[in-house]
Design a protein around this ligand. Sequence first.
Ligand SMILES: Nc1nc2c(c(=O)[nH]1)N[C@H]1C(S)=C(S)[C@@H](COP(=O)(O)O)O[C@H]1N2
Ligand SMILES: [Mo]
Length: 236
Amino acid sequence: MSPSPRATTSRVKGLPPGQVEIPDFPSWGPPEHALRKLKVPSRPVLSLGGDVRTPCEVSIEELVALRRHEEGSDFHWVAAWSRRGLRWSGYRFRDFFDDVFVPLAQPEEGARYLVLRGLDGYWTSVPLEDALADDVMLADYLDGEPLSLEHGAPLRLVAPAHYGYKNAKHLCRLELRRDKLPGRGAEHPRGRVVKEERGQGKPGREFRVMYSVALESMLHYFRNLRRPGSSGGRGE
Ligand SMILES: Nc1nc2c(c(=O)[nH]1)N[C@H]1C(S)=C(S)[C@@H](COP(=O)(O)O)O[C@H]1N2
Ligand SMILES: [Mo]
C-alpha cells in the first residue's frame, strides 16, 4: 500500500487533524542524530539534573522496581503520517517521576519544564504537566519485543498526544527547569497533536501543506535508513 502524499484537509475518522495512516513504523530523526553511530552502554543510566537540589544518576535496570505498564497507542509524525495501534511496555512516566525523580533529585520549587536528552545528542522539552499525563510512558518494549535501537533503546519517551519529535529516544538525561525552553529547531514548544502544534510561527495547517510536498520522498528516505552498526531502518 502506498500512502497518499496529499495533505488532507478533511479530518480522517479517528485520526487527529491532518494525519494520514501508514501501515509500517519507520524510524525517524534529524539525520545529524539519526545517522550517528550509537553505542548503548552495558549499564545504561539516566542522569537527573537541572533545577534540582540533588543531581544524581539512576541505573535504568533499577526501574524494574516500578510497576510495569502496558499501553496501546498511535504515533503521530509532525509530517502528517500516523501509525496506529503500537503496543508499548515500560513504566508510566508519572510513576517514575513520583517514585524516583522527586525523592532522588528533589526538584526546586517552580521547576515546571522537562528536558529530555538522548545518547545521540538529540534533545526536546515538554511542560512537566504534559509528561505527567496518564498515557505518557518510559518504554523499553514495543509490540512484545525489547525496544530496537532504531526505535529508541534502551529507553524512550512515549507521549502519544504529542508529535513524534517530543518522543525522545535513547534517553540518558532528564532535566527539570524553571524557565521555559524554546522548542528545539523548528519544533513547537508544546507539540500537541490535537491542536496541530506542528511548529513555531505558523498555524499547523500551513506546516502540513509544506510537508506534503516532500512527504513521499522523506518517507522513502527514512524507510531505507540504516543506522550505522544496527540492523536497519525498516519499520516491519
Ligand atoms: N534520541 C532521539 N530521539 C528522537 C529522535 C532522534 O533522532 N534521536 N527523533 C525524533 C523524531 S523527529 C521522531 S518523529 C521520533 C521518531 O520515532 P521512531 O524513530 O521510533 O519512529 O523520534 C524522536 N525522538
Ligand atoms: Mo519527526
